[in-house]
Design a protein around this ligand. Structure first.
Ligand SMILES: Nc1ncnc2c1ncn2[C@@H]1O[C@H](COP(=O)(O)OP(=O)(O)O)[C@@H](O)[C@H]1O
Ligand SMILES: [Mg+2]
Length: 255
């Protein structure tokens, strides 16, 4: 692995993904730098979730290459679970399992550990996401929306992966819970050195948490850079997207 590769956590080149006659991603290329929080915006149904799922190997590709941590995807085998953690858009917890059991699920799947050690890890992860040990024995139905996201995050980070995928993590949360979740992501990125790939429509997240923002339109990344650069983009879709959001943004900046 040479130094230029080493700079990137994820490299996607010329990716083509489709279903039947529909082409969703059309020669898409994207680099995610190590240690950054990259936000991904795009029209609803534009392929954001498909991109994430293709990177982690859940959806087959028709063309192109994907490298994660310098290795082609598929090359990680069973080790993949230790490379990335994922918060799916419909990222429900297992409703029949307690918080503790949910967090321990990836540990059970991938490692052989004593129950005692697994319990220690579950509590440590709970505390890492700002919850308390007392929450460990609750069931998902007993949690608020914000707590549910935090538990899902604790589960995603159970195996200490260097990369975290978040698919619209703050949608459905009230602005305070969303802001708290964003602050947590930023803290974890800094303290754990995580690389975060986050699909979001949340302007506050884009402006305050993301180091760079990528815009997906017509199956491609049409703009990428710090938020202030995206705001200057000449691309018609990017302009339209942020123009509609501009008044919201100004309000946000004045707070
Ligand atoms: N498993 C699948 N089978 C067929 N079509 C799919 C599948 N997953 C996604 N699609 C289609 O791909 C397109 C992009 O979907 P998606 O990535 O979920 O959009 P979004 O950008 O809102 O996350 C949509 O037209 C969707 O219907
Ligand atoms: Mg989606």
């Amino acid at each position: 692995m040479d130094a230029s590769q080493d700079q990137f956590a994820i490299r996607v080149r010329d990716l083509v993904v489709g279903f039947g006659r529909q082409t969703v991603l059309d020669h898409l290329s994207l680099d995610v730098r190590r240690g950054e929080i990259l936000g991904l915006v795009g029209a609803s149904g534009g392929g954001k979730s498909v991109l994430m799922r293709t990177i982690i190997g859940l959806i087959p590709r028709r063309g192109g290459t994907i490298e994660v941590m310098g290795q082609p995807t598929g090359g990680h085998g069973r080790g993949a679970a230790t490379i990335w953690g994922i918060l799916f858009q419909q990222g429900a917890l297992f409703s029949s399992l307690t918080v503790r059991q949910n967090i321990q699920f990836p540990l059970r799947e991938n490692l052989v550990l004593s129950q005692e050690l697994m319990d220690e890890i579950a509590i440590a992860k709970l505390e890492m996401v700002g919850l308390r040990a007392q929450d460990a024995d609750k069931y998902p139905s007993e949690l608020s929306g914000g707590m549910t996201k935090r538990v899902a995050l604790a589960r995603a980070l159970a195996l200490d992966p260097p990369i975290l995928f978040l698919d619209e993590p703050t949608s459905g949360l009230d602005p305070i819970a969303a802001g708290d979740f964003d602050a947590l992501i930023k803290t974890l990125q800094k303290t754990l050195g995580l690389t975060v790939f986050m699909v979001t429509h949340d302007l506050a997240s884009l402006t305050t948490v993301c180091d760079r923002v990528a815009a997906l339109a017509d199956g491609k990344i049409v703009a990428i850079g710090p938020m202030r650069e995206l705001l200057q983009s000449e691309h018609p879709w990017v302009r339209a997207y942020f123009h509609g959001k501009r008044s919201q943004m100004l309000q946000h900046e004045m707070r």
